[in-house]
Design a binder for this molecule. Structure first.
Ligand code: C5P
Length: 409
């Protein structure tokens, strides 16, 4: 599985905050994802956590100020800075923020930061008072103007025992932002991709409704795979339990009608629409304003059809040309390929991803999928059982092919 982390050179700098312990997890996750992580600890960071911890999780040397004047000299570290594709400083203290803002280079990390020409991401961690101090705020403004990405701090319990703004954002969140930053020059750079996900919810009354078992996992995986290739991704999502990938433009909707409006508003200038959502085909005709009472007997709930979004998109495309290409999904319990091919033609799709929902190990609400991709040219690609993220990779590779975009960066 190729991700934006693969073989990317990342410098992870740490400064003197108790949050440094969380960065061991970040370093480990980055290394596991395939990045080449060079850690640099300031003197105060090394008071909180040992370089050995980082060497153990990255498999590479973790540098401290004792390497600055060592046999290899700091010239080597200027080299480190030049090779870096991303500099992350997490946690970064008010002190180091001030040094970065004013170009002070008095330790290995700040020397490296001054020498580096790659994107910089910082995750502040400090006591609330230090964060809100005008000096820190104006230093952060300077860094923001220089296009440094500043993540956090978050609100919560602080080491001082107080509660406030000052906690470093969690490693998982940092990882998402780093992934997004690393992906920006991918093959779908400057291309807009729209993905729909999840199962719509059609209200009966204020508490009940008609929905389906779609988890949204396949749609979210497609959004991530498109982001990983550099696309600007709009994710139009029905309610799910999932966390949206970093960098996505999330539009949360509930009903099929809302999904339709969001899709139609988003398609101008878009390169592709991938409709992975399980959209309700019927909805209660007139949702009730008050909860239906049990005492009223068994209610009759008249249903009416919902709009077929892909059919409407096909109409728009014939008038305005967008989206450049359209991918549909077909979840079928019988006669899978014939039904899917029919939908491909009726909805004027470029690709349809067919999955047999009668299988217990694949499809709706589970992590894996076994799909066949059919194309408008009559082609058929049968994929074995695989993780939904791997299915997403295959679909995105096909999208790249149809858009005529070269696969490598
Ligand atoms: O016709 P069927 O619902 O089986 O087609 C599935 C495909 O059509 C999916 O891509 C789904 O997102 C899309 N769809 C739609 N509008 C609907 C129902 C489904 O665009 N009302």
């Amino acid at each position: 599985m190729v991700t934006p982390f693969q073989n990317r050179r990342i410098i992870l700098g740490l400064t003197g905050s108790i949050a440094a312990y969380k960065s061991a997890d970040l370093a480990s996750k980055l290394a596991q994802a395939g990045a080449l992580v060079d850690v640099i600890l300031t003197g105060s960071a090394a008071q909180f956590i040992s370089p050995l911890t980082f060497q153990s999780v990255t498999g590479r040397i973790a540098y401290t100020d004792s390497d600055l004047w060592g046999s290899e000299g700091h010239v080597q570290h200027i080299g480190l800075a030049r090779e870096a594709q991303l500099l992350v400083i997490a946690p970064v203290t008010a002190n180091t923020i001030a040094k970065l803002a004013h170009g002070i280079a008095d330790n290995l990390l700040t020397i490296t930061a001054l020498a580096a020409r790659c994107p910089v991401v910082i995750a502040p961690a400090m006591d609330g008072g230090m964060f809100t101090h005008p000096a820190t705020q104006s230093n952060l403004d300077i860094l923001q103007e220089r296009e440094v990405t500043i993540l956090g701090p978050a609100e919560g319990h602080l080491a001082s025992g107080m509660t406030g703004m000052g906690r470093m954002v969690e490693p998982q969140v940092l990882l998402g932002h780093i992934r997004y930053t690393l992906s920006r020059r991918g093959p779908l750079h400057n291309k807009k991709i729209i993905v729909t996900a999840g199962g719509t919810f059609e209200p009966i009354d204020p508490v009940r409704g008609i929905t389906n078992r779609s988890s949204g996992k396949q749609g979210y995986a497609l959004a991530q795979a498109a982001l990983d290739r550099g696309a600007d991704v709009t994710l139009i999502s029905a309610p799910t339990q999932l966390i949206a990938p970093s960098g996505v433009n999330l539009i949360s909707i509930i009903t099929a009608e809302e999904m339709k409006s969001a899709v139609l508003q988003s398609i101008p200038e878009s390169s592709a629409l991938i409709m992975a959502a399980a959209v309700a085909d019927y909805r209660p005709e007139s949702p009730l304003g008050k909860k239906v009472k049990k005492s009223g007997g068994i209610p009759e709930i008249p249903l009416v059809g919902t709009p077929d979004i892909l059919t409407e998109v096909a109409g728009e495309k014939s008038k305005h040309g967008y989206p450049l290409m359209t991918v549909g999904f077909a979840a079928e319990s019988h006669d899978l390929l014939n039904n899917a091919r029919q939908k491909l033609e009726e909805k004027n799709l470029d690709l349809i991803v067919a999955n047999d929902i009668s299988a217990e190990d694949a499809g709706i609400a589970v992590d894996d999928n076994r799909v066949t991709i059919l194309d408008a040219g009559g082609g058929q690609e049968d994929l074995p059982l695989m993780d939904k993220f791997d299915v997403a990779q295959h679909v995105l590779e096909r999208v790249l092919g149809l858009l005529g975009v070269p696969h490598n960066e």
